[in-house]
Design a protein around this ligand. Structure first.
Ligand SMILES: [Zn+2]
Length: 268
């Protein structure tokens, strides 16, 4: 059954290739969705050379744009410059009109509990690339608010988004004061996410984004399943209720914000 609410809807953080790799049925459904209903989906990179491969496989989807980046995997953190060189060549080769951002990149204290220096170096190099390519940056930050704020504050001319925001209102205010957009994923709908619900209620309208992070973090009532872009409707509903608005209005706000941050975004 089709839901008209999906028309023109925005998902600013999806891993479509990961989703399509799960099985053929999901891949087919994804193509249909992306072609017919969604307004804009930003497909996110984690490890070069995925950028070129994703563009090749998904460029026929007219409402999908691409980000290229290096997630702070252990092996990337151990040899940041090697990875960054690959990313840079991928960015240079990508069609400029399809390239909307650098990322995702940042800090992950579960992957890197000892906070190795290479993690900061990897992020700094990508902030440099964002500056050089004049593209926004997509920040992943798990259990590392202080180092994230510290590093981002050294690049005041780079704009971006804190994706899958996971902190509280104090950190929220600091990211907002750095002029970052704040994006909420499906975990906003989880029972134990009081901090996220409090945060989403107070983000200024002109800084709010929503995402699936699919195939991860399926919102309630799909929690535990493979997350697909259309499930983002639940996240819109929850965020709209918490902000005392309706989901149609929120759809417009998020679409406008996506366009502001990612000028390559196509809106229907
Ligand atoms: Zn992601």
């Amino acid at each position: 059954m089709k839901d008209c609410f999906l028309q023109g809807l925005t998902d600013t953080h999806a891993h479509l290739m990961m989703l399509s790799e799960i099985d053929d049925e999901k891949a087919a459904c994804l193509s249909e969705l992306a072609e017919s209903e969604f307004g804009f989906i930003l497909d996110i990179g984690t490890d070069p050379p995925d950028l070129g491969m994703r563009i090749e496989k998904l460029k026929h989807l007219s409402n999908v744009r691409f980000a290229g980046g290096i997630w702070p995997h252990k092996e990337a953190v151990e040899a940041p410059l090697k990875k960054v060189a690959v990313l840079e060549s991928q960015l240079n080769a990508a069609p400029r009109e399809l390239l909307a951002a650098i990322g995702e990149c940042g800090y992950d204290r579960r992957e890197n509990p000892s906070a190795p220096a290479g993690e900061t170096e990897l992020l700094e190099c990508q902030l440099e690339l964002a500056r050089r390519f004049k593209l926004p940056i997509i920040i992943h930050s798990r259990d590392a608010p202080h180092e994230t704020i510290e590093t981002l504050s050294r690049f005041p001319d780079v704009r971006g988004v804190i994706h899958c925001f996971s902190y509280g209102t104090d950190e929220l205010k600091q990211f907002l004061s750095l002029d970052y957009f704040i994006s909420f994923a499906g975990n906003l709908t989880y029972k134990n996410a009081a901090n996220l619900r409090e945060a989403v209620a107070i983000v200024p309208s002109e800084r709010l984004l929503l995402e699936t992070d699919c195939p991860f973090l399926a919102p309630t009532p799909f929690r535990g399943k493979t997350c697909r872009p259309e499930m983002i409707v639940e996240t819109y509903k929850t965020a709209a209720a918490l902000r005392n608005t309706n989901r149609e209005e929120l759809k417009i706000i998020v679409a406008e914000n996506a366009k502001t941050l990612f000028p390559q975004a196509i809106l229907s």
